[in-house]
Design a protein around this ligand. Structure first.
Ligand SMILES: [Zn+2]
Length: 345
């Protein structure tokens, strides 16, 4: 199937559903280079909320599983001819079979074997990672190693949500709910790049200030945000609402939405079950759009944006050995941007 992934050497493994304490460091055997694969000496691995859900036993994943979808490093060995030892690379955070009709049409997200590194297969939090050649991309030279492992999953996810799904147009108003999440930081940056007016919310005054520094046009408290959003848009409401908080905010989303607006979501960090007032959906002519991850074609467009100057925000960096503390930091929801593991110098 061409989707064998091998995580080797010292690795951060989800072993038991105990939260951050259930992710531990273990030495995994090194394997000879697989045909058509590239072995990467990982320098940095990015942590996502997904890793935390898994550590808490909320994903249907049988341990052990090496965590993290995002990774960057230096090619150690390569077969296939496109890469050579020493090349600086980063990885596509998704897997697919590459052969089905959907993959052939560039819609890998609809592949029956679609998955995420560190969830459906072992991930990047390891010293040596073997992946199929087609998952390897050149690291944009402008990015540090930490930044290179901080953007793939969140920027890919946010980019597909705002472009392919919500079709955000220049001059429209975008509301990003919950400014601190990695995917929200990506949405603010991409929304500005696409020429939207960007509003954002947070429960934390410090995060509102960070969001303004990042380029958000307006940053307002999350509590009861629909009133201020309507004030700031001359009563019209937001054209596109980007929400990964879900249950706690979807009612406010519908109140803050413009007629004919689009709500796009990739998650529900406040809980999976959502209650909404159905009349708000139809009276607003609302589109509620789901999205998760993205295609390799969209990833290539994201890499171009990054090459053009868009940068992820790195909240903090922990050595691999301190993966438990890194996950606990994310669990406390105090971060602004991405938490990154430094695997090797
Ligand atoms: Zn496929």
């Amino acid at each position: 199937m061409g989707m064998a992934i091998s995580s080797e050497g010292l690795a951060a493994e989800y072993q038991e559903p105990l939260g951050p304490a259930g992710v531990r460091i273990r030495e995994r055997p090194r394997q000879p280079l697989l045909e058509g694969h590239v072995a990467v000496a990982v320098k940095t691995a990015g942590i996502n909320h997904l890793d935390l859900w898994m550590a808490h036993g909320m994903q249907r994943v049988d341990p052990p599983r090496v965590i993290c979808a995002d990774g960057a490093g230096v090619v150690e060995e390569a077969s296939g001819g496109r890469w050579k030892p020493g090349d600086e690379v980063l990885l596509l955070p998704t897997v697919s079979d590459g052969t089905c009709e959907q993959c052939q049409a560039g819609n890998e997200v609809f592949c029956p074997h679609f998955g995420i590194l560190g969830e459906h297969v072992d991930g990047t939090a390891c010293e040596r990672l073997q992946v199929p050649e087609r998952m390897v991309y050149a690291k944009p030279p402008a990015l540090s190693w930490e930044e290179a492992a901080a953007f793939p999953l969140t920027f890919l996810t946010a980019y597909r949500m705002l472009t392919t799904r919500a079709r955000l147009q220049r001059g429209e108003t975008l509301l990003v709910v919950g400014a601190g999440a990695g995917v929200s930081v990506a949405a603010i940056a991409i929304g500005k790049h696409l020429g939207a007016r960007v509003l954002t919310t947070s429960r934390s005054e410090a995060k509102l200030e960070r969001a303004r520094q990042l380029g958000a046009d307006e940053a307002i408290p999350t509590e009861g945000f629909s009133g201020p959003v309507r004030e700031l848009t001359a009563k019209k409401g937001a054209d596109v609402i980007f929400d990964s908080v879900g249950a706690a905010t979807v009612d406010e989303d519908l109140k803050a939405l413009a007629l004919g607006g689009r709500i796009v979501t990739c998650g529900s960090t406040s809980g999976p079950k959502v209650t909404l007032l159905w009349p708000r959906v139809f009276f607003k002519h609302a589109d509620i759009l789901g999205s998760t991850m993205g295609n390799s074609g969209e990833f290539e467009e994201v890499l171009e944006l990054v090459g053009a100057g868009l940068k992820p925000v790195v909240d903090s960096v922990y050595p691999l050995a301190e993966v438990e503390q890194a996950l606990a930091h994310l669990d406390a929801a105090e971060q602004f941007g991405k938490v990154v593991l430094r695997v090797a110098e």
